[in-house]
Design a protein around this ligand. Structure first.
Ligand code: MG
Length: 160
């Protein structure tokens, strides 16, 4: 038996903040606004894991109004969701995600982002797929006002 989950997120752009995407600092920015470190990609993946395990959503586990999560490292959210799924008997089979951003060009960062997510979730890098695209000048992403991410995660029964 397998379980599938999906996750989505969007954050507003703020040039004054540092961009952190998939747990990787991207110096050229632009940054994103959020209560935590605003890592839109890790938030979408975290929600997909929680969704696949039917364990609620990221806002329930890490409420944005909770001062404990101000400036939080979203790697902690992903790690926690992975542990919660494991505790419920599920291991991640694979992650596939897409980030939408007009800038920066994300292609050069993708290998590092995949590596970082694999580390955080204790997976082989071959189980982590990250894709990037623009929005062709359409919608909030296309106008350069936001970055968005969507993720799918498959869970399989944990070994042992
Ligand atoms: Mg978010």
């Amino acid at each position: 038996m397998m379980r599938i989950g999906i996750g989505e997120d969007i954050h507003r752009i703020d040039d004054g903040r540092t961009l952190i995407l998939g747990g990787v600092i991207i110096e050229e920015g632009p940054g994103l606004i959020g209560h935590s470190d605003a890592d839109v990609l890790l938030h979408a993946i975290t929600d997909a894991i929680l969704g696949a395990a039917a364990l609620g959503d990221i806002g329930q586990h890490f409420p944005p109004g909770d001062p404990r999560y101000a400036q939080a490292d979203s790697a902690d959210f992903l790690r926690a969701a992975t542990s919660l799924a494991l505790a419920s008997g599920w291991a991640i089979a694979n992650i596939d995600a897409t980030v939408r951003a007009e800038r920066p060009k994300l292609g050069p960062y993708i290998p590092h982002i995949r590596q970082r997510i694999a580390e955080i979730a204790s997976l082989d890098i071959s189980c982590v797929s990250i894709k990037a695209k623009t929005s062709e000048g359409l919608d909030a992403v296309g106008r350069g006002e936001a970055m968005a991410a969507a993720a799918a995660v498959l869970l399989q029964p944990r070994a042992g």
